[in-house]
Design a protein around this ligand. Structure first.
Ligand code: HEC
Length: 213
């Protein structure tokens, strides 16, 4: 949970973890490209505002090659290539169309192959942990057996909803809510399993046979 928080919060440049952060992580940032954020932020002082707006308008229109050759390349050459060139491996090169394309691409979020890889890791790793902790938890004493069963299966159901929603968020953004909620529910029920099991193993004395119901 701490890791999820750390790796996703702030993507929308606000400190807390929000649904927007999750949408950006999985489906990308519709508001802009790396180039745009740089031109609005740290690189805004490198060129006059009019040229800045010209570049942004060009990116918004899809960063086409024709207008690049006709006009935009000139601005990059004059204002940016001193630092952003093929000889400097630490900065994206803005010397040619390919280099510019790297930062002018629409941010599409995590690609499907990354998601497949991470799904695989999650499905094997987490379900195994849920199984082990759930097995221990299944021996705990609950007055209401049905409640115990619910808490036991929730992590398995929510991990399926969670992982499915990663892909669905790419198609339909409101599924980010499903990611957030299923993650919260998963964490909560897992925490209950963990603490109830530890508590009952170490501190709790079962009520006498006749007093259980
Ligand atoms: C004086 C050198 C210099 C000039 C001129 C310059 N940049 Fe940069 N640029 C940097 C440095 C250093 C960084 C990395 C540090 C940072 O992000 O503040 C950077 C970062 C960037 C990034 C972000 C890269 C990333 O991977 O996130 C972009 C995009 C960018 N610059 C575009 C431009 C554009 C467009 C221009 C011309 C209008 C320009 N820069 C002019 C030095 C420069």
């Amino acid at each position: 949970m701490i890791y999820v928080w750390e790796s996703h919060s702030g993507r929308d440049s606000k400190p807390m973890l929000s649904v927007t952060d999750i949408v950006i992580a999985y489906s990308g940032n519709k508001q802009g490209t790396k180039l745009e954020s740089a031109l609005r932020g740290p690189m805004s002082k490198m060129l006059p505002a009019t040229e800045n707006l010209e570049i942004i308008a060009w990116v918004r229109k899809g960063a086409g090659k024709e207008e690049y050759d006709a006009r935009i390349k000139g601005i990059f050459d004059e204002r940016c290539v001193v630092c952003h060139n093929n000889r400097n491996p630490h900065l994206p090169s803005l010397e040619d169309f390919e280099g510019v394309g790297q930062v002018a691409q629409q941010d599409k979020g995590a690609d499907v192959f990354t998601l497949v890889r991470v799904s695989h890791i999650h499905l094997f790793g987490l379900t195994f942990i849920f199984f082990m902790v759930g097995f221990i938890f299944s021996h705990s004493y609950f007055r209401r057996e049905w409640l115990k069963c619910v808490i036991l299966v929730i992590p398995f159901i929510s991990i399926i909803i969670d992982i499915t929603s990663w892909y669905l968020t790419k198609i339909f953004e409101p599924f980010a809510w499903a990611i957030l909620l299923s993650g919260g529910v998963m964490g909560t029920s897992f925490a209950i399993q963990f603490f109830v099991s530890i508590y009952q193993m170490w501190f709790y004395k079962l009520p006498a046979e006749g007093e259980r119901h």
